[in-house]
Write a protein that binds this ligand. Structure first.
Ligand SMILES: C[S@@+](CC[C@H](N)C(=O)[O-])C[C@H]1O[C@@H](n2cnc3c(N)ncnc32)[C@H](O)[C@@H]1O
Length: 237
């Protein structure tokens, strides 16, 4: 769990992200622990995934990017370091100050904005778009890491994705640790009108994965947690 400062190399760019995790943060209203207060391995995996895709088939230069449930914001800030022109990192209100702090530490300036976005809340989405109007037009890439853990919140996440995703103009990439309830979470999203495509085979812990081995077919170590990257695509009716 969290606290302290961590550094992450962004492969082949020679750049680093510095992340300041929060100490024992809990939601002042509910008292529940804020899971986005520290870095989850899936965010490191997603950072490696987009770096790899940037080098191969999805040039991030000039792209617009939105991250949902960003926590400490590693994937979205990676996109900015790789050349995305506009990035918005979103999460619940109590995590916004920490996110902004991480953007400032990394001197990402005006290209990276931070805002509250509560899944399923139309008011929250409208308010974010009111502050950042380009969000209403075209978002090239949506990023999510480790957000498939609470089955009950999946319909809300699905509703938010419907407001955001514009046909095949918007790519949605998510990285997740594979847990017993992951497939049920993905099934709930499918019920909201999305197809879910697995882009990787099961992978070992991201700290053990180099960019080049992301695409390998090696068997994961059974004793390690396994991870995967998915693409979410709206179903055409
Ligand atoms: C397990 S954490 C992952 C954080 C970060 N993406 C990472 O991988 O390090 C899940 C994140 O989803 C956010 N989240 C959960 N439910 C949410 C909701 N209903 N609306 C907005 N964000 C939510 C949490 O606040 C938290 O930041």
């Amino acid at each position: 769990m969290g606290g302290g400062t961590k550094e992450f190399d962004i492969a082949t760019t020679g750049k680093k992200l510095v992340i300041q995790e929060l100490e024992n943060m809990s939601d002042p209203q509910t008292g529940r622990i804020l899971t986005g207060s520290w870095v989850w391995d899936s965010s490191v995996l997603l950072s490696k995934w987009i770096t790899n895709q940037h080098q191969n088939e999805f040039d991030l230069q000039g792209k617009t990017v939105l991250e949902l449930g960003a926590g400490m914001g590693i994937p979205g800030m990676t996109a900015a370091l790789l050349g995305a022109s506009h990035v918005v990192l979103t999460d619940v209100k109590s995590l916004i100050t920490g996110l902004r702090n991480n953007v400032d530490i990394n001197s990402l300036g005006e290209r990276v904005k931070v805002g509250e976005l509560v899944w399923g809340s139309e008011e929250s989405w409208s308010s974010l778009v009111g502050n950042i109007p380009w969000l209403a037009h075209k978002i090239d890439l949506v990023l999510m890491s480790d957000v498939f853990y609470d089955i009950t919140s999946m319909p809300e996440l699905g509703r938010t994705l419907k407001w955001i995703v514009k046909g095949d103009e918007t790519r949605v990439w998510c990285a997740t640790e594979i847990r017993p309830w992951t497939s049920q979470c993905l099934y709930e999203l499918m019920k909201e009108g999305f197809n879910v495509i697995e882009l990787t085979n099961s992978l070992n812990s991201p700290s053990l994965i180099s960019s080049s081995s992301l695409m390998s077919d090696d068997d994961p170590d059974e004793n390690q947690p396994s991870f995967a990257v998915f693409q979410i695509v709206p179903r055409i009716i």
